[in-house]
Design a protein. Structure first.
Length: 410
């Protein structure tokens, strides 16, 4: 088993596998620090003799370690407590031979770990950024396709319009179709860029996994060797101490690097499946021939009638709470550019109107069939379907609106 095959996830921008490995290396760094502290304190304890040595054995770190190495570490702490009676001649050897080696090893691993982490973080940032750009390009592509479809539908239904107005609709539809094709190309380009970012990230992640496993294997092996050397230093003081630390050596012989690596993987693995590549999604389906919709339709000869809507079964929205403002007064004195002006009313089709009403409150449409308006706007009524919902037009938009949100005008 290896890190490279066991720390992936399906989430495209997920980083859980990497974070688990980084956390493990930090735990290993902490273990090395615990070992260094142990050796430093042990040298001091040898000078202060039994009392301090006993305190070290009880308070030594290493709680983050697992597996056979953890068993060896626990055995060492136990024998350290028993070594409280040993002489302080071993203090200098511990400092000069062991503590110094741990410091150098920690610094070496820190440099490799930091370089690897920085590289994979850059690759993750690039992949995440590319994923965001792909989502943005996809939305822009879909929106432009919808706009182009709507414009072409308007051309197909605009045969009754004056030639100038009809030509404007055709020009708009053609422009929107060209923009949708441009967005299509941009969307496909973003998919390619995203896949390049994914491939780069996977390659860097593979290198990261191999490097981290090498560091972890090296750390476990180094720690085991330092512990072995330490026991030899202790056993050299006297035959009695050698017998005491023989137990530690027996446990260390069972310390197995592959076993510890396998145990960690089994406990912390995040998965074996890598993210699935994001594929291009054609707006009109799988048939490329359907990508471009016809741009011309047979003109209609009859004027389109206002669309009828049936909303009598829908619950009527409650008017907003009264805040003390006069609805009619607010509408008549507002200078907001979004309110209907006298010039706006002239341009609307008065011939279809059966009356006018003024909005008492703001209303946001709850669907495509409804009409959005602001307090004070004048709405031309096209049809009074029932006592709750009417059909009207405002600012060249037509839709249903709740009767309780308006007041009739003379």
């Amino acid at each position: 088993m290896s890190f490279e095959d066991n720390f992936w996830e399906l989430e495209f921008t997920g980083t859980q596998g990497f974070e688990v490995l980084v956390r493990r290396l930090k735990e290993g760094k902490r273990m090395c620090q615990d070992l260094e502290d142990f050796l430093k304190q042990r040298a001091k304890i040898e000078e202060n003799y039994a009392k301090e040595l006993l305190k070290l054995g009880k308070n030594a770190g290493g709680q983050l370690e697992v597996g056979t190495l953890r068993s060896s570490w626990d055995a060492l702490k136990s024998e350290t407590e028993a070594a409280a009676r040993e002489r302080q001649a071993m203090s200098q050897r511990i400092t000069a031979e062991l503590e110094k080696s741990v410091k150098e090893f920690k610094e070496k691993q820190r440099e490799v770990r930091k370089k690897t982490e920085d590289t994979i973080k850059r690759a993750q940032t690039f992949k995440k950024t590319s994923f965001g750009l792909e989502n943005k390009a996809k939305l822009e592509y879909q929106n432009k396709c919808r706009q182009a479809d709507k414009a072409e539908d308007a051309v197909g239904k605009g045969g009754h319009l004056p030639p100038k107005k009809y030509d404007e609709l055709k020009t708009k539809a053609k422009r929107l179709r060209q923009e949708s094709e441009q967005r299509d190309v941009a969307y496909q380009d973003s998919i390619k860029s995203l896949d390049e970012a994914r491939v780069l990230w996977e390659r860097e992640m593979e290198i990261c996994c191999r490097t981290f496993q090498e560091l972890e294997e090296e750390r476990i092996s180094f720690t085991r060797n330092i512990l072995w050397k330490f026991t030899n230093v202790c056993s050299s003081v006297a035959v009695q101490e050698d017998e005491m630390y023989e137990h530690v050596r027996n446990v260390l012989e069972r310390c197995d690097v592959p076993s510890d690596i396998q145990l960690f993987i089994q406990q912390k693995r995040t998965g074996t499946d890598r993210p699935i590549p994001v594929e291009y999604e054609n707006f009109y389906g799988s048939n490329p021939a359907q990508s471009i919709r016809p741009s011309a339709h047979t003109p209609q000869t009859q004027q389109q009638q206002p669309q009828k809507h049936t909303r009598s079964h829908d619950p009527l929205p409650a008017p907003p709470p009264d805040d003390g403002k006069s609805a009619s007064g607010s509408g008549s004195t507002s200078t907001d550019a979004t309110y209907t002006t006298v010039s706006d009313l002239v341009t609307e089709s008065a011939e279809e109107s059966i009356g006018r009403v003024r909005a008492l409150y703001d209303y946001d449409a709850q669907g495509d069939e409804e009409l959005t308006f602001l307090e004070g706007e004048v709405i031309h009524v096209l049809d009074k379907e029932d006592e709750n919902w009417w059909c009207g037009r405002v600012r060249n938009r037509q839709g249903m609106f709740p009767r309780t949100y308006v007041e009739e005008m003379p």
